[in-house]
Write a protein that binds this ligand. Structure first.
Ligand code: 3PG
Ligand code: MG
Length: 382
């Protein structure tokens, strides 16, 4: 039970018998697709319990989702067709609307677009946890006119997040990676208030290192964030930064194997080199810290793991989480894909279907879509 939000089990009291009722069901089928092939269907599978529950009750389900960022116009690169085919393979026969973000009204909360979504529907189910931090036409609009409930996935994700944050078994360790510190600054600040140690890898570590006067060569640095990083480091001793690195000759391509030199460096990265992974010494420190933790939250790979030359650090982190006795939660996106790639998905206590959504919830204890569900005053459809 999440306070103030109706769930599937409330539908009977909200609208009566479900048989032959029509539902608009919002899901997050924003899955990675390469050359038309879905490379990770975690988000599709995670939505199935809600869809099946509704269909078993005789509800006529219309699914809606975004995919990527087509920018408000139709673009076949972002078609949901591969998703429709995968749903069929998974035994689901349901209408799937075109990518919500083909319509500019999805972002602008256009009234006509909302009307077209709710037209003919008896109620609204939001189970799109992965995008629940965004207020969009399809998440907010239907709650204004239709009886609205959260699906099983949203409820489960909230339960997991709440148990992570309410009473984490110490020591509570967070591992953060990713490209830009500017994207993750709010979460760094709010995690520092909660965790005992914050391990930082990925390119965002270089701005912290540079703020300490450490040479990072040609690694990605956000100069405008250097002062902020310095202040953060001065304010706490919880942050653990890499002390050695795997780097590529500047101009070499990360992500596509080429014949550029790749080398390990300790303490500093010389000019002419770009850091792309944490080195073995840092991996060992991260791994040991994780093994001693009571609770671990991981968001963001610590290196460019999609390139095998820079996958070792992320692989060690994933292994350490897999081996750990701690409660382990992986916060979506790239880190979930990494856990899956290294065969460790099963070893985690929870792999969230939402990266940005998890971070937003940790930061603010609130999510735009859930607020819309809470504010929904519609008790029945007549
Ligand atoms: C995600 O994959 O992060 C969610 O589906 C949200 O997508 P968005 O960041 O494009 O809004
Ligand atoms: Mg995202």
């Amino acid at each position: 039970m999440i306070e103030g939000i109706y769930e599937l089990s409330d539908l009977k009291s909200l609208i009566g018998d479900l048989k032959d009722k029509k539902a608009l069901v919002k899901v997050d089928f924003n899955v990675p697709i390469i050359d038309g092939e879905i490379t990770d269907d975690l988000r599709i599978k995670a939505a199935l319990p809600t869809i099946k529950w509704l269909q078993d009750k005789g509800v006529v389900v219309t699914l809606c989702s975004h995919l990527g960022r087509p920018g408000g116009k139709e673009d076949q690169e972002f078609s949901l067709e591969p998703v429709r085919l995968r749903l069929k393979e998974l035994g689901i026969e349901a209408k799937l609307l075109p990518n919500l973000r083909f319509n500019a009204g999805e972002k602008t909360m256009d009234k006509e677009f909302i009307a077209s979504l709710v037209n003919g529907q008896d109620f609204f189910v939001n189970d799109a946890f992965g995008v629940s931090h965004r207020a969009e036409a399809s998440s907010v609009g239907p709650t204004e006119t239709l009886p609205s409930v959260a699906g099983f996935l949203i409820i489960e994700e909230l339960k997991q997040l709440t148990s992570l944050l309410d009473n984490p078994k110490p020591p509570f360790v967070a591992v953060l990676g990713g490209l830009k510190i500017s994207d993750k600054l709010p979460i760094v600040e709010s995690l520092l208030a909660k965790v005992d140690k914050l391990l930082i890898g990925g390119a965002m570590a270089f701005t912290f290192l540079k703020s300490k006067g450490i040479n990072v060569g040609g690694s990605l640095v956000e100069d405008s964030m250097i002062d902020t990083c310095k202040k953060l480091l001065d304010s706490t001793d919880k942050i653990v930064l890499p002390t050695d690195f795997v780097a590529i000759q500047e101009g070499g391509s990360i992500g596509k194997i080429d014949d550029s030199l790749v080398e390990n460096f300790s303490n500093e990265i010389p000019d002419g080199w770009e850091g792309a992974d944490i080195g073995p010494e840092t991996s060992a420190v991260f791994s040991e810290t994780i093994s001693e933790a009571g609770t671990v939250f991981w968001n963001g790979p610590v290196g460019a793991f999609e390139d095998p030359r820079f996958a070792a650090g992320t692989s060690v982190v994933a292994d350490a989480l897999g081996d750990s006795e701690a409660f382990t939660m992986v916060g979506g996106g790239d880190s979930a894909a990494a856990a899956a790639e290294f065969g460790l998905a099963e070893a985690m206590n929870h792999i969230s279907t939402g990266g940005g959504a998890c971070l937003k919830f940790i930061e603010t204890s609130s999510l735009a879509s859930l607020e819309a569900l809470k504010n929904s005053k519609v008790k029945n459809n007549g």
